[in-house]
Design a protein around this ligand. Structure first.
Ligand code: ZN
Length: 394
């Protein structure tokens, strides 16, 4: 952390004022005698677009923690050079509750053990609060002004949330720092996976395609709402609902927040080289967005990369047993292909599992001990398979 070196006098080169601030916030509603703290880094003066980046909301997903460390180093250097034009908020370890959940030698970072609730679900949707707070005449014919008005209203609505548990207090804190951002990047990883992203159809063509190309993503999944109120969607989708309710030719409402869940491959892909490359790609993307002052090498548009989240073919185990995979990550398969087998080790019976869709095998479950109906692997199909219910797994 550093602040105010700008003397601005004398004959030497002008030293930029460093803007890096670090907030360390104690989570309220902890159990007596215990304390957990969230560390938040802020760069930039607040003039210009704001990016919010967090890692480790699912606390056991470590690739993001390494990428965030690299991002912190980049941002500290860029800040010292006066090159953070907008504002960047970085939360490198977004879940101190989950980081502390080690059970019988295994890390349980996905679900809050106190409630059983997934840490990346049950975030507050602020669209109704903002909608109720808008008065006639608040929205004008200026989309940018309307965007700033809604960002302020979202921040006010987040500040008014009244959490009653430590996990909900964490949700409020994270949301409060993100909900008025122009760009939100939530860094996760899958079990075993290639690089992939989740976002909304509204966000995809407005910058996320650039991010996907820079990260060399192999799949992007689009959904208006995937269910369960994950972090990225409570940042981006209120804008869609506010536009539907209040937008019009005389009151244009922009896609005010481009929110993306970035899945940094699989849980075991914890690697310094990968993390350095991913962080560099994210910095280039921020430069392309105008938040960092610097060149952003051009990348090709990959608009055909996106497929509907409802088109994901989740190949499941027909019975319990040992999962034997026949296709590697990144393989292109065709509908009907024999992609896995469940072996019942007691009887020797083998149960074949087939793809329903053509597409890329983008994830597999690390654990080879499958229960009946467990997901074994996922294929990025283009045809919609799911027409109701949540689109994400637990
Ligand atoms: Zn995750």
């Amino acid at each position: 952390m550093a602040k105010a070196l700008d003397k601005g006098v004398g004959a030497g080169p002008r030293i930029p004022a460093m803007t890096h601030l670090t907030d360390i916030i104690t989570l309220p509603h902890g159990r007596p005698g215990t304390t957990r703290r969230l560390t938040i880094h802020r760069f930039g003066t607040g003039d210009g677009p704001k990016a919010y980046i967090q890692a480790g909301l699912h606390a056991g997903e470590l690739p993001g923690l390494v990428v965030a460390r690299h991002l912190l180093d980049h941002l500290t250097r860029l800040d010292a050079q006066g090159r953070v034009k907008g504002q960047v908020v970085l939360v490198p370890m977004a879940n101190p509750i989950g980081l502390d959940q080690v059970l019988l030698g295994g890390h349980v970072g996905r679900f809050d053990l106190a409630s059983g609730v997934n840490f990346n679900r049950a975030f507050a949707d602020l669209a109704d609060s903002v909608s109720a707070a808008l008065r006639p005449g608040d929205l004008k014919a200026d989309a940018d002004a309307n965007g700033r008005l809604i960002q302020r209203a979202l921040a006010t609505a987040a500040a008014a949330l009244q959490p009653r548990t430590e996990a909900d207090a964490l949700r409020k804190l994270l949301l409060s720092h993100a909900v008025d951002a122009d760009i939100v990047l939530d860094l996760h990883c899958d079990s075993e996976a290639v690089m992939h992203l989740y976002t909304t159809p509204a966000c995809w063509p407005l910058g996320v395609a650039d991010l996907a190309a820079r990260l060399e993503a192999k799949a992007v999944f689009l959904a208006d709402q995937s269910g369960g109120q994950p972090f990225d969607e409570v940042c981006s989708t209120p804008w869609d609902r506010l536009r539907a309710r209040h937008g019009g030719p005389d009151t244009p409402i922009p896609v005010g927040c481009s929110a993306v869940t970035v899945e940094l491959r699989g849980e075991a892909d914890v690697d310094e080289g990968l993390a350095a490359a991913d962080a560099a790609a994210l910095i280039d993307h921020l430069a392309w967005r105008g938040i960092i002052d610097g060149p952003a090498p051009a990348v090709p548009d990959l608009y055909d990369l996106a497929t509907p989240l409802a088109g994901v073919d989740r190949v499941r185990a027909p019975v319990g047993g040992v999962a034997l995979y026949h296709v590697p990550l990144g393989a292109s398969v065709r509908a009907g292909d024999h992609v896995a087998t469940i072996l019942d080790p007691a009887t020797g019976d083998r149960h074949p599992c087939h793809a329903r869709s053509d597409g890329l095998v983008w994830s597999r479950t690390q654990c080879r001990y499958a229960g009946p109906n467990d997901i074994l692997l996922c294929i990025a199909g283009r045809e919609v398979l799911v027409t109701s219910g949540p689109l994400l797994t637990a």
